[in-house]
Design a binder for this molecule. Structure first.
Ligand code: 7TS
Length: 414
């Protein structure tokens, strides 16, 4: 197998693995092989240290106190916003709103932008490969407004039908919302093309970047999208924090989301005014530690280089594709030409949960289930898949262990 694709020399993965303390442990007596990165990624020492330092040395509420600690916490929090701006190449740090994660970012847009821009008879275009968090908020908006959903089909390989996409757009289409990378198929969608086609008709575009940001450089201005959302925990940062990027003019025009401290200009019994961007959308004490931890995570991956990460993972994904398709009876669901590090599979008649349990005995962590994509499962004609998802700390040896364990699973059930 090793001869099929030459080993890339771009990343020192052994050194990188040293940065992730959790990867050193054994599970059921075997070295942990962590291949559930699409669910959540592991955290490097730089993130753990940033969280520890914040709570040990800087903990205070932001934008409230005049005391020194509050000033330091506020400086770190505001500096983090500039890091996020740079990470996405947004034009202005005011376009970066801190949210709980991808899910909250999409709900925020549906509840605010959606409520003033979508009316009865309007249409919202999604794709067949969306995560529930990029389906259900739009369904709720449609129920409330009388708008309808249109769904772009995919090919059997798991690629978006761009020709069908163009045909679905009408003069009632208000929004296109799609995943940058599918969490089940690994497909990298041609987002720049989608945006170009939609924008030519004046349609707003939201991109769900949950599965993209850990695997490739993202430039929201090059993509041209209106909204881009992602979760910190999927890019080596803490849980409970994420980013909503929105074009400034849109964010300024949208109504507020949650209300409370931090998001107001002035409050009286007669009338309340709201804070300027981005605070307008950040009611209540934010996840300060999470924001600081996420900034450390983004610094960490930027330091390694997302281009190098993408190249390494591309090679590893090709290696894994070859290794897994060599397992008798195994079928990969998702064979798009442009693919990121997700390998969903079906193995004979073995239930994916049984596969997951057997692999766990070998110390291998994968996910089994519908991956919060039930409409996609229906399209694929399966109730569930077993899914291995890679990060740049994974190795060919781990892929070999996965393939060997899958072979054993097949033998157990034959
Ligand atoms: N969008 C996509 C494409 C996702 O993969 C996920 C999470 C979400 C949105 C929601 O992200 P959250 O951080 O707000 O929960 N996907 C997965 C997964 O594939 N396995 O566990 C979570």
């Amino acid at each position: 197998m090793a001869s099929i694709v030459s080993a890339p020399k771009t990343l020192d993965v052994a050194a990188i693995r040293e940065d992730f303390p959790i990867l050193r442990q054994r599970v059921h007596g075997k070295p942990l092989v962590y291949l559930d990165n699409a669910a959540t990624t592991q955290k490097p020492r730089a993130v753990l240290d940033a969280l520890q330092r914040y709570y040990a040395e800087e903990n205070a509420n932001v934008h409230r106190g005049v005391h020194s600690l509050s000033g330091r916490a506020t400086d770190a929090y505001d500096a983090a916003r500039e890091d996020m701006r740079r990470f996405l190449n947004a034009a202005d740090a005011k376009e970066i709103v801190f949210v709980r994660g991808t899910t909250e970012g999409i709900n925020l847009v549906a509840e605010t932008w959606g409520r003033v821009n979508v009316r009865a008879g309007d249409e919202i275009v999604l794709t067949e490969m969306e995560h529930h968090s990029n389906i259900v908020p739009w369904q709720i908006l449609c129920e409330a407004t009388g708008a309808t959903l249109r769904v772009v089909p995919i090919t059997d390989a798991g690629e978006l039908r761009l020709d069908q996409f163009e045909r679905l757009l009408t003069d009632r289409t208000r929004l296109v919302a799609l995943a940058h990378v599918s969490n089940v198929l690994g497909t990298i969608n041609p987002v720049a093309d989608v945006v170009r086609i939609a924008k030519a008709r004046g349609i707003t575009v939201l991109v769900d970047g949950a599965q993209a940001v850990a695997h490739m450089p993202v430039d929201v201005r090059a993509l041209g999208c209106d909204f881009y959302v992602f979760s910190g925990h999927k890019v080596f940062g803490p849980t409970g924090v994420g980013i909503l990027y929105g074009r400034r003019a849109l964010l300024e025009a949208m109504p507020v989301y949650q209300a409370g401290g931090g998001m107001i200009g002035r409050v009286s019994w007669e009338r309340t005014t709201y804070a300027d961007l981005p605070y307008k959308y950040e009611a209540g004490t934010p996840n300060i530690a999470g924001v600081i931890g996420l900034a450390a995570a983004l610094d960490y991956v930027t330091g390694i280089g997302l281009d190098r990460i993408a190249a390494y993972e591309h090679d590893l994904c090709a290696y894994a594709t070859a290794a897994l398709t060599a397992v008798p009876g195994l079928r990969l669901t998702g064979t798009a030409r442009e693919k990121a590090s997700v390998l969903s599979l079906v193995l004979g008649d073995i239930h994916p949960h049984d596969i997951g349990t057997i692999l766990d005995r070998d110390g291998i962590a994968i996910r089994a289930g519908h991956h919060c994509c039930q409409p996609l499962m229906a399209r694929l004609g399966v109730p569930a898949t077993a899914r291995a998802s890679l990060a740049f700390y994974n190795t060919r040896e781990e892929i070999d262990a996965l393939a060997a364990s899958l072979e054993r699973a097949r033998e157990v059930f034959e």
